[in-house]
Design a binder for this molecule. Structure first.
Ligand SMILES: *[C@@H]1O[C@H](CO)[C@@H](O)[C@H](O)[C@H]1NC(C)=O
Ligand SMILES: *[C@@H]1O[C@H](CO)[C@@H](O)[C@H](O)[C@H]1NC(C)=O
Ligand SMILES: *[C@@H]1O[C@H](CO)[C@@H](O)[C@H](O)[C@H]1NC(C)=O
Length: 333
């Protein structure tokens, strides 16, 4: 190994230290339904993948394209799913076992037909449909009298949110329908060819980790007209998102945020003791790193510091410095 004189020039403008946590995605190549995938991610990483912005999306897509997936697998679970339906009145002592889960959906409903149908209405045949919460219907409120509800038809048109506020202010709440008998009671109050608001709704799309990112990367035509409630990235379609039944067995992506490692780019000028030494020879470069590391250690730097050479645009690390214009040809570490 040739003896080399090292002179290190630190150029302050080249120091790049990032302090934000770095999001890492991990593709898990095992087939699981969404719930199992979520559990696996929570046990081994942070959670199923949450994508906050375009930068996350790029990281995710890079992770997908660099991971070795079976050819038959083109979809992976991400951490987005549709909130489940729930009643406006949450007091559980109001419901007998099974009554909280009572549903009277019309055939093929709920279907999220226009994409944002998160509130439930009853038609005057007694069946339920999902509608956009901003639609205007007349609500049915209820009052509690002992164990029974008394339903009240309100003759003013309003959106679901207003209906809930109105019923909570003037009665107990929007109509809660716990069984067929109550369904019939509500139905009897509905004018011909009309829908009324009842107290069933859902919050829309939710991230598994509870974050509220509104970033979306849907395929065209998604996510409307579905009854499936979970979301996968289809990397045969550029990683765009689509709805998938939550019980489909699929590979999945987890995430974890890691503290960044401080990184510094330092230019190094080397003076060769012999003109026969090729600085771009990998063996020589490796030897130089060892020398540098020893030097840093001697100066009291941390032992787990990692050094590597940074290649220039032309693929070479070192460039011969012109005598007259030193700035041009500085070698970089
Ligand atoms: C819940 O409902 C029960 C029975 O309907 C009632 O006695 C109780 O006061 C309610 N609790 C709350 C917090 O509203
Ligand atoms: C319902 O109407 C009120 C008042 O116009 C409005 O503030 C609210 O955003 C509406 N809610 C929905 C879900 O459209
Ligand atoms: C509650 O409803 C049931 C069935 O309709 C009825 O038999 C009972 O008398 C009602 N109770 C009260 C307090 O209204």
């Amino acid at each position: 190994m040739a003896r080399l004189l090292l002179s290190i020039i630190v150029v302050s403008g080249l120091c790049a230290v990032s302090s934000a946590a770095v999001r890492q995605y991990h593709v898990v190549n095992e087939l699981k339904n969404m719930t199992e995938a979520q559990q696996h991610c929570r046990e081994n990483y942070m959670d199923l993948a949450t994508i906050r912005d375009l930068q996350d999306l790029e990281t995710l897509n890079a992770t997908l394209s660099s991971s070795k997936m079976a050819a038959s697998v083109s979809r992976v679970w991400i951490g987005l799913h549709m909130d489940s339906w729930k009643w406006s009145l949450t007091n559980s002592s109001f419901y007998k076992p099974g009554e909280m889960e009572f549903r009277g959906w019309s055939l093929g409903q709920p279907n999220n037909y226009v994409g944002e149908e998160f509130c439930a209405a009853m038609y005057n045949d007694g069946t339920w449909l999902d509608y956009g919460c901003s639609d205007n219907f007349r609500p049915i409120c209820f009052d509690v009298k002992g164990p029974n509800e008394t339903f009240v038809f309100i003759s003013t048109y309003m959106n679901w949110t207003e209906a809930q506020s109105y019923c909570r202010e003037h009665h107990t709440d929007l109509a809660i329908v716990r069984n067929l008998e109550e369904n019939l009671k509500v139905q009897k109050l509905i004018p011909t060819v009309e829908f009324v608001w009842i107290g069933l709704f859902r919050d829309g799309w939710k991230w598994s980790d509870g974050s509220d990112s509104s970033f979306r990367n849907w395929k065209s035509n998604e996510p409307v007209g579905f009854s499936e409630d979970c979301v996968s990235a289809d990397f045969s379609a550029g990683g765009r998102w689509e709805i998938l039944k939550c019980d489909v067995m699929s590979a999945f992506i987890c995430y974890r945020d890691v503290e960044p490692v401080a990184m510094r780019v330092v230019k190094v000028r080397l003076q060769k003791s012999s003109s026969s030494v090729d600085l771009n020879d990998p063996v020589v470069m490796e030897g130089l790193l060892k020398q540098l590391k020893q030097k840093l250690k001697d100066q009291g730097h941390d032992d787990d510091i990692k050094l590597s050479w940074k290649k220039q645009a032309d693929g070479k690390v070192f460039h011969k410095e012109e005598k007259k214009s030193r700035k041009k040809g500085r070698d970089e570490l």
